[in-house]
Write a protein that binds this ligand. Structure first.
Ligand SMILES: Cc1cc2nc3c(=O)[nH]c(=O)nc-3n(C[C@H](O)[C@H](O)[C@H](O)COP(=O)(O)O)c2cc1C
Length: 175
């Protein structure tokens, strides 16, 4: 069975993006999905001195192994100040210091949700532009605005679910 690694770009235990990841994983069948939390793979803010003195953190090596083992990814990231959250960027910067491209030419379903009406559109625009340079085959992006209204008690508003399911079909085809 094909395997996916799924994670939010948030380091918060109450992340609404993690909720979206869990919901999306629940829609998939015929694919094995491992859902992780990046806060379980902590790393210092990247500097070349830290890398020279201490090497790649064990947490990042463990994450790299997971990236190597799967066939594709699901990433739902918060938008911070119209951009990528520092924690996610730091994790990916560390991974980029290991062998090969970050996502190794594998498919990545890119998503974002926010409490506001733009649903992380700025971070999705930015990441859609750069993910191919990070070795991702981009699927999506999928934006879920007004999270509190559109993902309630494990149920998604119908029209958004239809769009999400079409991205999942694309993801499964590209595995
Ligand atoms: C530092 C900071 C900056 C934020 N900037 C934005 C923003 O630019 N656009 C947006 O839609 N929400 C922004 N938010 C609100 C987040 O969308 C909201 O906190 C969301 O719950 C974060 O996702 P998470 O719950 O998955 O961690 C910001 C929140 C923080 C803490």
């Amino acid at each position: 069975m094909k395997q996916l690694l799924a994670f939010s770009g948030s380091f918060s235990d109450s992340s609404i993006n993690h909720d979206l990841i869990e919901f999306t994983a629940s829609l998939l069948n015929g694919v094995e999905v491992e859902v992780i939390r990046l806060q379980n793979f902590p790393a210092p803010i990247y500097s070349k001195e830290i890398e020279k003195e201490h090497g790649i953190p064990e947490s990042i090596t463990a994450l790299r192994q997971k990236f190597d083992q799967v066939d594709g990814f699901m990433l739902s990231t918060p938008e911070y100040n119209s951009s990528v959250p520092a924690g996610l960027k730091n994790t990916l910067d560390w991974i980029s210091r290991t062998e090969g491209k970050i996502f190794q030419e594998k498919p990545v379903l890119l998503m974002s949700t926010s409490p506001g009406g733009r649903g992380g559109q700025s971070v999705l625009d930015h990441l859609s532009g750069v993910l191919p340079y990070w070795g991702a085959k981009l699927i999506g992006p999928f934006s879920l605005p007004s999270h509190q209204a559109n993902l309630v008690d494990g149920e998604m508003t119908h029209d958004f679910q239809v769009v999400l399911e079409s991205h999942l079909t694309g993801l499964k085809k590209s595995l």
